[in-house]
Design a protein around this ligand. Structure first.
Ligand code: BEZ
Ligand code: FE
Length: 290
């Protein structure tokens, strides 16, 4: 079709879908909606050509920023609330299961497998407060889940994750722990501090364009997985941290706020944190989604 117009270009592009090669129903659904929303966005804001070129340049620079240590697109999605939205759509709460929240860009595969109760701290900071974290992992009927893997990661007291800080050892403040026959897990770590999400490169440009700030409240990332159960990607927030109500990536949930309490006399950490997890069976997850 030649000579498309402002009025018909959306329909013309949608009609081209699958014309030369078969596409799945899902591909058609996604592309139809994407084209509609993109075109309506351009019409609504009357996007100018210089703005369009600036956006293309922005995305190209975002791609160039990505490396095995930095995932710029997750960060951009977080800043505009897309990751938290996709997480809520993907993990609807059907009952008593623990709430999920965003993965974020700082997760690394293959964290060290550590014995129950071990510490993730490889390098101590003067200002750190140590914490003993423990709890139980159960199914929705209250039965203990043995052999669940709790993968944890957090920032150091300087506000940096180890993979963004050349002065921290590889995998500092990261570890994987297994729950025992009672579903109990435990590890030692440090109290997480609030930190700014990266404000350089394109993430910073986007935050400034939105007139927002970079700060996140202190949180421990925890991912809990066990075959046969819905994987849980979550974060435990420090109930005394600033920014709980103004998280730069909109990821705080009331149910995920934990209490870092002073440890009892004689304990080998400054603080203790108890947090239990409830995982739905994979089949229950499928039914909830249907
Ligand atoms: C994080 O919690 O690590 C995070 C999440 C979203 C964006 C940036 C950081
Ligand atoms: Fe984080």
């Amino acid at each position: 079709m030649r000579n498309v117009t402002i009025e018909n270009v959306t329909d013309v592009v949608i009609q081209s879908l699958g014309k030369h090669e078969a596409i799945s129903a899902r591909q058609r659904e996604i592309m139809t909606s994407l084209i509609h929303h993109l075109h309506d966005f351009c019409r609504e804001v009357n996007l100018t050509h210089p703005e369009f070129l600036a956006a293309c340049d922005f995305l190209a620079r975002a791609g160039q920023t990505c490396s095995d240590k930095r995932q710029e697109f997750i960060l951009l999605a977080d800043i505009v609330g897309v990751e938290v939205l996709v997480d809520m759509l993907s993990n609807p709460i059907a009952g008593s299961e623990t709430t999920s929240t965003v993965l974020g860009p700082f997760f690394r595969d293959n964290a060290p497998i550590l014995p129950k109760g071990a510490s993730t701290v490889q390098k101590a900071f003067d200002t750190q407060e140590t914490v003993f974290v423990e709890g139980y992992i159960r199914d929705v009927d209250g039965k203990p889940i043995q052999g669940a893997i709790v993968d944890v990661w957090e920032d150091a007291p300087n506000g940096l994750y180890e993979n963004h800080d050349p002065d921290q050892p590889d995998y500092n403040l990261r570890g994987r722990f297994e729950s025992d026959e009672n579903g109990h897990y435990a590890f030692r770590a440090i109290r997480p501090v609030p930190y700014p999400i990266p404000g350089d490169e394109t993430a910073g440009e986007l935050i400034r364009y939105m007139g927002h700030h970079q700060m996140r409240p202190g949180h421990l990332h925890m991912m809990v997985t066990r075959e046969g159960y819905r994987p849980l990607i979550s974060q435990i927030f420090d109930g005394e941290s600033p920014y709980l109500d103004e998280d730069s990536v909109f990821a705080v949930k009331q149910e995920l706020i934990g209490e870092f309490r002073k440890a009892p006399a004689g304990a080998d950490t400054d603080l203790v944190l108890r947090f239990d997890f409830t995982l739905p069976h994979a089949a229950e997850q499928r039914m909830a989604a249907e």
